[in-house]
Design a protein around this ligand. Structure first.
Ligand SMILES: Nc1ncnc2c1ncn2[C@@H]1O[C@H](COP(=O)(O)OP(=O)(O)O)[C@@H](O)[C@H]1O
Ligand SMILES: [Mg+2]
Length: 456
């Protein structure tokens, strides 16, 4: 007994902190040594294929390469039927069709089933002897002692492997998804850029169309005045040639010419001023520069380019500006984008054509409050329902989808205001009464702060 105790002690010591393959191999080496078998192996069964695959194989005291074999006609198949198998001798005669036993010249056989935690057969531990087994009971005892531990370890390693595979699959999935996501984000960024550019172009387009239209009328008058001068000069010239020009006719002719020249000059100057204004607005729109300017005259220039659109829609402008001109230091390109967006929105959404509104007014009110200016732009159009107001500033929110609207206007307006311009925007609206946007801006923002803010 003392001997058995010593052997058990040795086996247990050898297994200390071993797991998986190391555990199976250490235990197998110990079993083989103490049983004195020529071959010992621990094998995992595969019921579906009726095969068995060794997890650890010891041949003549040394670890050997694992192999898989068919259970058909083998004593292992009988263990698989769940019973202990002990054949101290003559195994080859009992299993004449087991080629492996024949080839290896095996005489004695001891096998014990391994059961999983549900009690199902999952494997076997086997000892093969080339000679008759003298003490098969000892081998059986050892096998039975350790079979539970072996089964538990097989289950554990298999779970661990499953878990590793699962983790790997998950990691791969996460990688794949992350890549998909980052591609989606890239595409989104690109689309965003395109949409932003489109929105910018759209408001610039409205300005260009407005300016072209606005310049057209003074140029028309100028051309007309030019041909009037031409005609009058020809008429006078003809009369000089046939010597029929009276003093009265000359005076009337000259007065006509003078009047036409006045009109010509006036209208050419007006056209030049418009071009000038537009140039300013256009330059402003293409730079992020902060500069100091007089708000009211700057607003005039901006509005003159929007005027044709307002006129075409019979919208009159009401201006409530302080008597003292207000000087501000801010980024005019961004401010112009904000104001033209709000004006265009009023025209399109506040005064839709199909509403057939009359006495349409757009009122600008500018006040100063401490170091800020407060500008409100109010239309007396159709207004907005209360529940919708909270969505207006959301990107892509529009009530005119499919009609050329992107729904980005107000979201850009708010971004510009709260970001680059360091201001804020508020809205009040009542159905059938109109909508008022109120923007508040610092009178002065520091140069360079725009880039800083945008990068932050
Ligand atoms: N002055 C206004 N009067 C009535 N509705 C307005 C006015 N301004 C904006 N809206 C509403 O807010 C929505 C969002 O505006 P915006 O962000 O500029 O997008 P978009 O002009 O492309 O529709 C509009 O679709 C419209 O329903
Ligand atoms: Mg808009």
């Amino acid at each position: 007994m003392a001997n058995v105790e010593r052997i058990l002690q040795e086996i247990i010591t050898s297994l200390k902190s071993t797991y998986g393959h190391e555990f199976f191999n250490s235990l197998n080496l110990q079993l083989s040594k103490h049983i004195g078998a020529d071959y010992t192996f621990i094998a995992r069964l595969n019921k579906k294929t009726n095969t068995s695959k060794t997890i650890s194989l010891v041949a003549k005291g040394k670890l050997a390469e694992n192999f898989e074999y068919s259970l058909k006609d083998t004593p292992c198949a009988d263990i698989s039927d769940d019973s202990l198998c002990i054949f101290p001798q003559g195994i080859c005669e009992l299993y004449p069709d087991d080629q492996l036993l024949q080839d290896m010249n095996i005489e004695g056989y001891v096998g014990t089933p391994l059961r999983d935690s549900q009690g199902n057969m999952m494997g076997i531990v086997v000892a093969l002897h080339e000679k008759k087994i003298e003490n098969p009971d000892f081998a059986v005892t050892l096998f039975e002692l350790f079979s539970g531990r072996i089964s538990a370890e097989i289950e554990r390693t298999e779970r661990e492997q499953e878990l590793q595979e699962l983790t790997k699959t998950l990691e791969d999935k996460v990688k794949e998804r992350t890549q998909e996501l980052s591609q989606a984000i890239d595409r989104l960024k690109q689309t965003q850029q395109e949409v932003l550019a489109k929105e910018k172009m759209a408001s610039l387009g409205a300005l260009v169309a407005g300016v072209a239209h606005e310049i057209n009328s003074p140029l028309g008058v100028a051309i007309l005045s030019g041909s009037m001068i031409d005609e009058t000069a020809k008429e006078i010239n003809g009369k000089i040639i046939d010597q029929s020009l009276s003093k009265q006719e000359l005076q009337t002719g000259l007065a006509n010419i003078k009047q036409s020249i006045t009109a010509l000059n006036f209208n050419l100057q007006r056209a030049a001023k418009l071009v000038d204004n537009f140039k300013q607005v256009a330059i402003d729109r293409n730079t992020d520069d902060i500069r100091q300017f007089t708000f009211s005259s700057w607003l005039d220039s901006l509005l003159s380019s929007l005027m044709p659109m307002l006129k075409k829609n019979n919208i009159s402008l009401q201006m409530h500006l302080p008597e003292q001109p207000t000087t501000i230091t801010t980024c005019p390109s961004k401010l112009a984008q904000v104001i033209s967006n709000l004006v265009i929105n009023a025209v399109i959404h506040g005064f839709p054509e199909k509403a057939n509104l009359v006495d349409k007014k757009l009122t600008f009110t500018l006040t100063e409050h401490k170091q800020r200016i407060i500008l409100s732009i109010a239309d007396n159009g159709i207004g907005i329902e209360n529940e919708l107001i909270k969505h207006l500033f959301e990107p892509f929110y529009t009530t005119k989808r499919g009609q050329g609207s992107t729904g980005l206007g107000l979201s850009i307006v708010r971004n510009i205001l709260t970001g680059a311009l360091r201001g804020s925007i508020d809205i009040t609206s009542q159905v059938d009464q109109g909508t008022k946007f109120t923007i508040s801006l610092p009178k002065k923002i520091e140069a360079n702060s725009i880039t800083e803010i945008e990068e932050a």
